[in-house]
Design a protein around this ligand. Structure first.
Ligand code: HAM
Length: 411
């Protein structure tokens, strides 16, 4: 025997018992999003590498080291969904639709990260994007919808943090100010942060290193440097969240791992998760459309990791799917008739199974019982007998009338 082939690191199998929880999440999220006017979109699993390089940003970890790229073709397995949805918006002329255009998606994404609890190389995201309006109510509604989805799942230990990154111009000025501050305190920073002062000084707020954290406590905050318009936008978002009674913390040090954000950013974490506590997050990306070659178009959205949402929630109660009829037979010559009875019953919209494992009649009856069958039809030389598994009552019937006997009474 040769070596057994295993699944690649950072991937997992969705077994039938896991599929139920995923299905429930999908149904619930779809209901919540579609009641708010979001429609489902599916974009390709791979896109032009350039889309992410320009959309997500060259300086991000995602683009620098986490993408699965086929260099010869210039394509990349999607690491996130916002740039692809914006690409589709432009390419499909969605600016002609009433704005904002609200789209949601659920699918597999790929990042070459170090696998650990809650962090995979192939993972699933549920996402929602509202494109074409810069109204702060779009931001508040978007955040509220993710809150409602997480609440419907009964996700534990949730915390919502929110901030504003302002406009690119404010950010550039602030970046200079922060870089100057970091350089001033360079000797107390971790090597990693020191090396990233030029490329991504904002990430310094993310550091675990004690010296760096100490320095960052006195660092200037972007939230204090916002323009009056951005400040007002942020105020309106938080006021609307207050109006609907959604609790949040304003966290001026909130950084997101992707470059396209402007104004509002937010993140839900759960303390039911380990180190990878980010359940979902997002924000506004008013400059992204131009980055990828379109006209200036505002956008706002989020994505949440399916695995992390499920890890943070209690598992749904499991019940075996109902089985209306199990068709058993004593001898091989009854197999075809049994096969047809099961097929006819399913065509009539009922759940029916026939023996497929070559079991003895006794084995078949045990199997029917284990599967929770409501009725068992036993085909034999003497005809067909139908057993009601609830009452234990058994009677002889014509094979052709089995469906009539087991059919659900009209409502
Ligand atoms: P993100 O924060 O990079 O944002 O990812 C969103 C969520 O995806 C995370 O909160 C996490 O739950 C999940 N996630 C990310 N990476 C992994 C991984 N390796 N394994 C398991 N789960 C993971 C975005 O992707 C943005 N596109 C969100 C957005 C939409 N912003 C605006 N619109």
């Amino acid at each position: 025997m040769s070596d057994r082939i295993r699944a690649p690191r950072g991937t997992y199998d969705v077994l039938p018992e896991d599929a139920l929880a995923r299905e429930r999440l999908e149904t619930s999220a779809k209901g919540i999003l579609e009641r708010a006017g979001y429609a489902r979109i599916e974009t390709p699993i791979f896109e032009a590498t350039e889309l992410f390089a320009r959309g997500v940003g060259e300086s991000t970890d995602v683009v620098q080291k986490e993408m699965y790229t086929f260099r010869d073709e210039g394509i990349t397995l999607r690491p996130e969904g916002t740039a692809p949805v914006c690409r589709a918006y432009l390419e499909q002329g969605m600016h002609k639709l009433p704005q904002p255009v609200k789209l949601w998606y659920l699918g597999a994404f790929f990042r070459r990260e170090r696998p650990q609890q809650g962090r995979f190389r192939q993972f699933w995201q549920l996402g929602a994007e509202a494109i074409g309006s810069d109204d702060p109510a779009v931001d508040a509604e978007s955040i509220l919808l993710l809150a409602e989805i997480l609440e419907a799942l009964a996700a534990r230990g949730l915390r919502l943090r929110i901030s504003s990154l302002g406009t690119p111009a404010t950010r550039a000025e602030y970046r200079d100010e922060l870089q100057a501050y970091l350089r001033e305190h360079e000797d107390r920073l971790s090597r990693e942060v020191r090396e990233r002062i030029e490329l991504n000084p904002l990430r310094a707020f993310d550091a675990d290193h004690p010296g760096t954290r100490e320095v960052m406590r006195g660092a200037p905050l972007l939230l204090d440097r916002l323009t009056p318009e951005d400040h007002e936008h942020f105020e309106t978002v938080t006021q609307l969240l207050d109006t609907v009674g959604l609790a949040y913390e304003v966290d001026p040090t909130l950084v997101r791992g992707l470059d396209y954000y402007t104004r509002t950013v937010f993140e839900f974490t759960s303390d039911a998760l380990g180190a990878q506590s980010g359940v979902g997050g997002g924000g506004r990306y008013d400059g992204l459309m131009e980055q990828i070659g379109g006209p200036a178009t505002p956008g706002m959205g989020w994505a949440a990791g399916l695995e992390r949402m499920l890890l943070a929630s209690p598992p749904p109660p499991t019940a075996p799917p109902p089985l209306d009829l199990y068709v058993a037979y004593a001898k091989p010559e009854h197999e075809a008739e049994a096969f047809r009875l099961a097929a006819d019953t399913r065509r009539a919209g009922l759940a029916a199974r026939v023996e497929l494992g070559g079991r003895s009649l006794k084995g078949q009856l045990r199997q029917a019982d284990r599967a929770g069958a409501r009725y068992v039809a036993i085909l034999g030389d003497e005809g067909t007998s139908l057993k009601d598994m609830e009452t234990g009552e058994q009677r002889e019937v014509e094979t052709g009338t089995v469906m009539h006997h087991i059919g659900r009474p009209p409502l």
